[in-house]
Write a protein that binds this ligand. Sequence first.
Ligand SMILES: Cc1cc2nc3c(=O)[nH]c(=O)nc-3n(C[C@H](O)[C@H](O)[C@H](O)COP(=O)(O)O)c2cc1C
Length: 234
Amino acid sequence: MSTVDVAETKDTIQVRSHVQYITKEHISPDNVHPSPLEQFHIWFNEARNGAVREPDAMCLSTATASGVPSSRMVLFKQLDKHGFVFYTNYTSRKSKDLDENPNAALLFFWQEMSRQVRILGRAEKVSKEESEEYFQSRPMGSQLGALASKQSTVIGENDLQERLDKLKKLYQVGEGSKEGKAPLPNFWGGWRVIPSEMEFWLGKPSRLHDRVRYTRVEGSADEEPEWTIERLSP
Ligand SMILES: Cc1cc2nc3c(=O)[nH]c(=O)nc-3n(C[C@H](O)[C@H](O)[C@H](O)COP(=O)(O)O)c2cc1C
């Protein structure tokens, strides 16, 4: 059931009310982990073990060199001590943006827990070996899907299916076959977003939300970054 109250006419939609956030917990610079990556780890596990249906779905925002922004959802695949990894086509719009402007933003919204996590940082391509390892761990169908799609280009109705049929023939993939190995195409792989700022947001009643922001101390070592932790007004 929808949680918004809407007034509609022929050419307008007006949203009049939104569900109230009711979380009783409280976050502040005093009770979060000193490292935002560790804090993310805690929240991600709570989302994963709680009622969140797609805790790994995140919004990625990029911008062209001249600052034209665009956003889309991608799947979070890995967090290590450096940053957040997702996989995509290297010729897609997002990758073209990141090639010319490495500044990226990620956003997780875990609605069922009234939580949001914002991440700002610099994106760089993961190594070929990492992409290869991930690509080979995927089911054959996903591998062929990645090979077949010239992501973000304009296509005709049957183009994708025709390319897929050719690839199936090439790699001798039959109906329902799960096995097989397609090679990692050079136009596909991972990006790692290395955070310089992260914010944890907790929805509270009457818009009195908790916000805790971590800002990376400039010049602190890549291996063990230092963070300033502050509480922000909602
Ligand atoms: C929940 C969700 C997860 C997605 N995950 C990915 C992903 O991991 N990689 C990807 O390339 N596209 C993913 N997509 C599709 C993208 O949102 C987008 O349509 C596509 O990457 C092309 O974006 P671009 O033209 O801005 O490059 C996902 C879409 C949704 C709704």
